[in-house]
Design a protein around this ligand. Structure first.
Ligand code: TNX
Length: 541
């Protein structure tokens, strides 16, 4: 069946006995499984042309969905039993488990079950037997940077479907950055009127002299976000919004110049940034700026019901604060040691502010500098060190080291890779990624609540290029996040590659423009666009 991610527990199938779905096959949806029943009718129904009407008995067999809390392995665990005569039973420990079971069931039906209409008359068969499965991690994340290049709403919904097919359950949306603000905030309309648009765009990275002279931009209205969040929830995916502070904020400053360090630079002259890199124009550490962002986060909380809110915190150069009389006065008033503590003071402020509202702060590992806010969780991106330190001091960690799961890094050392940046990270490298470092033991290791693959889009200017960089590596990542795999060196890479043959057929049926094993197709190359390839193995910080 070539399931991907591979089930964590047992599978036992009889090769020669199958259950065949037929026009009379009914769907019986127990309490708590209504959402999965809707998904099955919409997705599997479309692919097979079978109506799957409601009913608990049928001569053509029944697909039964049920929640049973005694299924071991946590709320996302599930079991599937297929009997040649009576049909299919998908039992989840909770509603999410039923949904992941339905995803497995679609894989069992074959790659054509991933299309949106039947190709021809065919027998929809699943092998009889029993399967039991549960995820290794509760946070199986994918971060999409919609700030550098905007991805219209439809593209995000499509990615939610792709995530669901891979049993990924957290979509981290990087909504704001120097190059664009992508979320409608009612109270501050200029954030999108001005901050969502840039005049032109650097094509390639620093050394590049090429520009795309077309304006670029776009944003999600609050209704778009409600739709995205609801679509995700129906698929048991949580959307974690990121509003990046106090660095990576030039788009906000371009919209509201008082947010910047106007005693150091002429913030009124700052555009939405058309190029890339770590940027000195950061927020001013004033009460007005805190109030502004409290108001922004108030609307964010209203839109995103999930527990975690990401406040960024990465790459905040401190030069302007060092020069700014306002910032220096603040440091003295608060009796702080230095500018790092000033950043930490801002993050702590929002940690408390979010906690008071029943939420939890998560930020990039720089939030460890100058003292980590109590209760905060850390996205460990500069290697594993930040995550290890955070876990050892009792903070929750999402492991997403750039050295392993930054999907904007090039996939081979061929000059044909479109915009070859950073180090080579192959499909096999991702497959051999281990999110829990050996240094962590017992209680500390349990602080690693999950893992995430991050896709930054400086050089990914369309959904087609996003597909190319995300896939197939996101499939390998999904297996790392879901399945109980042996230590990296012992992982069955050949077996994974063999299963990928079937999985490529699923991705083809889904219309994903993944990178082929033999490399980019001619139209996927971008000759002349300058990247920043780096030699040697990636740094393990
Ligand atoms: C670092 S990861 C960044 C991003 C860039 C990325 C490019 C992180 C928190 N900051 O702003 O897009 O590298 O790989």
């Amino acid at each position: 069946m070539d399931l991907l991610p591979t089930p964590s527990h047992s599978t036992a199938y009889a090769a020669d006995e199958t259950f065949t779905l037929a026009p009379g096959t009914t769907l019986e949806a127990g309490p708590g499984t209504e959402g999965t029943a809707r998904w099955l009718r919409a997705a599997v129904g479309a692919a097979t042309g079978l109506p799957l009407p409601s009913g608990d008995r049928s001569a053509d067999g029944v697909v039964r969905l049920a929640v049973d809390e005694t299924v071991p392995g946590g709320p996302e665990a599930y079991r599937i039993t297929v009997d040649p005569a009576s049909g299919v039973r998908i039992t989840g420990a909770g509603p999410a488990g039923v949904f992941w079971g339905a995803q497995t069931f679609r894989q069992m039906l074959g790659p054509d079950a991933f299309r949106r209409a039947p190709l021809r008359e065919q027998a929809w068969q699943v092998p009889s037997g029993h399967l039991s499965d549960a995820p290794r991690f509760g946070w199986r994340g994918f971060m999409l940077d919609v700030a550098r290049h905007f991805m219209p709403k439809d593209g995000v919904l499509r990615y939610l479907d792709l995530m669901a097919a891979h049993k990924l359950n957290v979509l981290h949306l990087h909504l704001t950055d120097d190059q664009g603000w992508r979320l409608e905030i009612r109270r501050y309309p200029e954030l999108t009127a001005k901050g969502a648009w840039r005049e032109r765009t650097k094509v390639g990275l620093r050394e590049s002299t090429l520009w795309d002279e077309r304006p670029h931009g776009g944003y999600y209205t609050q209704d778009d976000i409600r739709e995205i969040v609801a679509y995700a929830a129906e698929r048991h995916i949580t959307v974690v919004p990121e509003i990046d502070i106090p660095g990576h904020s030039q788009a906000a400053i371009a919209a509201y110049p008082d947010l910047g360090n106007s005693d150091v630079v002429d913030t009124a002259a700052l555009p939405v940034l058309p190029s890339w890199g770590v940027n000195p124009n950061v927020l001013a550490p004033t009460d007005e700026v805190l109030r502004f962002y409290e108001n922004v986060f108030t609307e964010v909380l209203d839109l995103f019901p999930g527990k975690f809110v990401h406040v960024g915190g990465d790459e905040c150069p401190k030069e302007q604060w060092r020069e700014s009389p306002t910032a220096q006065t603040r440091i003295k008033e608060l009796d702080l040691e230095d500018e790092d503590e000033l950043q930490s003071w801002i993050i702590r402020h929002f940690d408390r502010w979010l906690a008071d509202r029943g939420r939890r702060l998560i930020g990039w590992d720089e939030i460890l500098e100058g003292g980590l806010a109590p209760g905060a969780a850390v996205s460990s991106w500069r290697g594993f060190a930040g995550g290890i330190a955070a876990a050892q001091s009792g903070h929750d960690v999402v492991m997403c080291p750039e050295s392993h799961v930054y999907l904007d890094w090039r996939q081979s050392d061929s000059p044909d890779e479109p915009v070859p940046i950073a180090h080579v990270r192959t499909l096999e490298d991702v497959y051999r990624f281990e999110p829990v470092p050996a240094e962590l033991t017992g209680e500390e290791a349990r602080r690693v609540i999950g893992t995430q693959a991050n896709l930054w889009t400086e050089v990914l200017d369309s959904a087609r290029v996003v597909d190319y960089m995300a896939f197939p590596r996101l499939a390998a990542f999904a297996e790392v996040a879901w399945s109980e795999l042996p230590a990296p060196a012992e992982r069955d890479w050949a077996g994974f590659e063999a299963r990928m043959t079937t999985h490529y057929a699923r991705l083809d049926a889904l219309g994903v423009e993944y990178r082929r094993p033999q490399g980019p197709l001619p139209w996927q190359r971008r000759p002349g666009v300058v990247g920043r390839p780096k030699e040697g193995p990636p740094p393990i910080v």
